[in-house]
Design a protein around this ligand. Sequence first.
Ligand code: SF4
Ligand code: SF4
Length: 314
Amino acid sequence: MLSTEPIKAQARALGFDLCGVCAAQEPPHWSAYRDWLDRGRDASMDYLRRHLDAKRDPRSLLPSCQSIIAVGLNYNQPNPISANRPRIARYALGRDYHKVIRGKLKRLGEWLGQEHANVEQRICVDSAPLMERDFALLAGLGWYGKNTMLINSQRGSWFLLGFLLTNLSIDSDTPAIGNCGKCRACIDACPTGAIVHEDGRWQVDARRCISYLTIEHRGEIEGGLQARMGGWTFGCDICQEVCPFNRPRPSQPLRAVQTQEKDFLAVREWPGLQQLRVIEQQDWDRLTQGSPVRRAGIEGLRRNASVNLVDENA
Ligand code: SF4
Ligand code: SF4
């Protein structure tokens, strides 16, 4: 069994803020995930229903998989609000995280391949049927908050995940333990009441979540929800912004620190909502090059801009 320490040192050297390892196994919340789907809480995200059996076993992605290396990369940065400017979730302010994390994991994999013979591996960054948060939990990176985000007790929740599945047998970390206690700040702050308690656990109902509505949803946004968008034009960070685990605290020096990853920093000057509402294709292509915002599509972003326009003369 290999030690995790050299792997963690290499992950740190590549810029990852978090790294842990767990054994390949059935993810602990697979049944809960199925229930969430059965209740239709995935809204129109049919792709989440595909490969359900594969999600139950990481060996469906790499038959020789023995261990899963989980990494986390901090993306926290200031995100000031200004009237009639688009509010973009922090993770989407810079370069597409899939590419950034994949690039670093590729280098981690190359290093593993140099250190050990006959290494088989597969990188997963939000693109394969893998219950990512479950494996991050098992690898000790964080525990589920009531907002369903993974929370690291020292760092909070402003981090993105990536995974390297490998045939190497590596020592496992202890699964993360923690809970929100009596806090319900995110539930009270969510403008659309998307965080619900059902079947003995907290869940996000995508049908009401601004993040889903502004990114994945196609067509019109239901009138009652439109009025509660609060300027969010791509994603929504409210349930993380209000979380006490994301607030600076003298006894927790890593909490709420800014990202060191240059690729995540805001690089675009977004046009105002008025211009975004009618953005032309070529301007859209130029503006969203290499940005996660492209996922919403030009029609989606035009719609979001319209919905959020406030009549300043009213
Ligand atoms: S992302 Fe926004 S809308 Fe979705 S659950 Fe969190 S606060 Fe609510
Ligand atoms: S805001 Fe409070 S209830 Fe919500 S995830 Fe953070 S600690 Fe948990």
